[in-house]
Design a protein around this ligand. Sequence first.
Ligand SMILES: NC(=O)C1=CN([C@@H]2O[C@H](COP(=O)(O)OP(=O)(O)OC[C@H]3O[C@@H](n4cnc5c(N)ncnc54)[C@H](O)[C@@H]3O)[C@@H](O)[C@H]2O)C=CC1
Ligand SMILES: O=C(O)CCC(=O)C(=O)O
Length: 386
Amino acid sequence: MKVKLFNKIAEAGIQQFDETKYSFSEDFDDYDAIMVRSAKLHDVAFPASLKCIARAGAGVNNIPLDKCSEQGIVVFNTPGANANAVKELVIAALILSGRKIAQGVNWVKSLEGEDISKAVEKGKSQFVGPEIAGKKLGVIGLGAIGVQVANAAAAMDMEVYGYDPYISVQAAWTLKSRIHHAKDLKTIFEECDYITVHVPYMEATKNIVSAEGIAMMKDGVRVLNFARGGLVDDEAMVKALQAGKIGSYVTDFPTNALMQFDNVIGVPHLGASTPESEENCAVMAAKEIMDYLENGNITHSVNLPDMQITQETKYRICIINKNIPDMISSVSTALGNHGINIENMASKGKKDYAYTILETNDEVSEELVQRLQEREGIVMARLIVK
Ligand SMILES: NC(=O)C1=CN([C@@H]2O[C@H](COP(=O)(O)OP(=O)(O)OC[C@H]3O[C@@H](n4cnc5c(N)ncnc54)[C@H](O)[C@@H]3O)[C@@H](O)[C@H]2O)C=CC1
Ligand SMILES: O=C(O)CCC(=O)C(=O)O
């Protein structure tokens, strides 16, 4: 099996694979799997051999999900594996956004040649900034990261408002009871002194911090973006910075236009850049790839349903099909016509596509599986023989 690496992946992840079965390179032309972090895959022509892509991280906006589904490629991510790393950086950013630490540190560096210990005592008053305790923080998106940020900020005595109309049961259980439930974005924009965004980037969330939203915010508001550049309307943010509306903007996604302002702190997309998080993500991604390639099991896919079943028969046929009527009956009839009795079967849909596992002890040939793949509505069929 060939795994093509589109980014540097932590060694602990690569070590998960059995080296007698897998090889890794950035240069393969035909390959079975991709491991990727933030590299953009939208313009990559995927070979017919590609079966799955594992994003060692959370955001999948660098991957063409529709194209992958159409080509029968399963896309995984690693939910929660880098959440603590992002939370810690966001807490640092909350403090940086008020305390003028970055500006002060740069100033001390610029004092070379002077009597620094004297100069700092004389000049430090220009870097006074407020504490976060007692201030209101709005958290947009209460998933793996948003919940941790909200809880940590509450533990530092901030008054926290959370907004997430699609919050999972698990996240809701994990959220501290003292976090206020904001029913709409307007509440976050109007009430909060600090606002942080933790939603995925997609069409529905593009510019979730919009010109209208910024106009509702308090003067001197501090905004944090450690999710994705396109979630904050950059043009509107630049205008608000020019107008003196924004106290500070700390972003993991700096641009030239933003960096002309002294009160913008640009971080070079460091949210997940800790050894712990890189390792967690790589290990989880490696396990997802191996379980899919070797067993046909799907865990943490963003475009297909999860399905984990222990193989109980010699032959397992894995199928990705359109989520339309008669797909299962047409496959079982085709197998029946070849005298193949199905021992176990599972099928689950997710939006436009479904995943089906069929198991049998009757001999199945690669040629038959190839013919299944050619049937209307089937985008991928694969045989696993144990
Ligand atoms: N700076 C960095 O290095 C990193 C950035 N990220 C970014 O952070 C994002 C969030 O990551 P996780 O918390 O791990 O993802 P997650 O999937 O656990 O949480 C996302 C949350 O956003 C909520 N949501 C979706 N649409 C929403 C809307 N319109 N309004 C309010 N809430 C909405 C969902 O219900 C979910 O609870 C990722 O998609 C990625 O873009 C993630 C990890 C590292
Ligand atoms: O891999 C990285 O450094 C980026 C992490 C990230 O942005 C994500 O997980 O969404």
